[in-house]
Design a binder for this molecule. Structure first.
Ligand code: GDP
Length: 299
């Protein structure tokens, strides 16, 4: 998995290593910190998080706490990994059923992620999964999710086009309980007439799920497209103001030089990345590992 991740992050690595070569830390002066700062910002680590990391590293280096060269590079990796490790990086599947609410802007890979997740839960963890198609706003969304359910080999609860998304979510959780499935994954709208409508709807779907099962949803996952740069931080902020977001699924990491967005979101919003999407097929979902990620980014 580590090798695969490194391959997938190779673009990010190229972008960074062009700046962060081992020799960068041989001589330490103003230019060292400027170049490091620039490289991290280029990789989408975000201005605030970058400033924090570079400031800390500079302080430790100038006070003699850490030596230059490879030791400083290791310390940089440690600092970056530390930022990525915020909150819990796992998903608790011990509820009966565990209800996962999937949220995210259209096009970020939400539907694909639900398909991948359903497949992994069944295939690798032996769980039974039921999907709820609560994006009733777009007929195409229901069709698309239905196709993913077929591919993943799980059942899906749908409602008529334009029907109440909350009702579909409620029904899906109810059926999940009745049938004794392990995990219910609820899809939600990724775009409505306007942003406010969307956020209100997500909050409402969440409340309705809670009426069926008081402690649910147990996990709210937000998909963020890693190729959209700092937009991802804005989306994460917006969604987390509407519903408590427990984790990020960082998608399209196979085609980007911008993996640093994971650190920007973790650093600024304290929301952990839990899963990464590295392709368009069922198998292309991986757990996020902060240490491997930080190392792949700069080493
Ligand atoms: P949604 O509108 O958020 O539900 O997005 P979709 O799941 O329909 O995905 C939008 C596009 O992104 C599709 O063409 C997917 O195949 C593609 N996609 C989703 N996840 C990934 C990923 O991890 N890597 C790549 N390369 N493409 C992805």
């Amino acid at each position: 998995f580590f090798r695969r991740l490194r391959e997938n992050l190779s673009k990010t690595r190229e972008a960074l290593t062009s700046e962060i070569q081992a020799t960068l830390f041989d001589t330490l002066d103003e230019e060292t910190w400027e170049r490091l700062e620039e490289a991290l910002i280029m990789a989408d680590v975000g201005a605030r998080t970058t400033a924090g990391v570079v400031g800390q590293l500079e302080q430790e280096a100038t006070s003699g706490q850490v030596e230059g060269g490879p030791a400083l590079q290791e310390r940089l990796i440690e600092l970056l990994a530390g930022i990525a490790k915020t909150g819990t990086d796992t998903i608790d599947l011990r509820h009966e059923p565990t209800v996962i609410m999937a949220v995210g802007v259209n096009g970020t890979g939400k539907t694909t992620t639900i398909g991948k997740l359903a497949w992994h839960l069944q295939r690798e963890l032996g769980k039974t999964v039921l999907l709820g198609a609560a994006d009733t706003f777009r007929a195409a969304a229901v069709e698309q999710l239905t196709r993913w359910a077929e591919r993943a080999g799980c059942d899906i609860v749908t409602g008529p086009e334009g029907s109440d998304p909350g009702a579909v979510a409620f029904d899906a959780v109810a059926q999940g309980r009745e049938r004794g499935v392990d995990v219910v994954i609820i899809d939600t709208a990724g775009r409505l007439h306007n942003q406010e409508d969307l956020m209100n709807e997500l909050a409402k779907v969440r409340r309705v799920i809670g009426k069926q099962m008081p402690d649910a949803p147990h996990e709210t996952l937000l998909t963020i497209d890693s190729t959209t740069g700092q937009n991802g931080v804005r989306q994460a902020k917006l969604f987390s103001e509407a519903v408590p977001v427990d984790g990020i699924v960082l998608t399209k990491l196979d085609g980007t030089a911008k993996g640093g967005i994971a650190l920007a979101i973790a650093g600024e919003l304290q929301i952990p990345v839990k899963l990464i999407g590295i392709g368009e097929t069922l198998e292309d979902l991986r757990p996020f590992d902060a240490d491997d990620f930080a190392r792949a980014l700069v080493a």
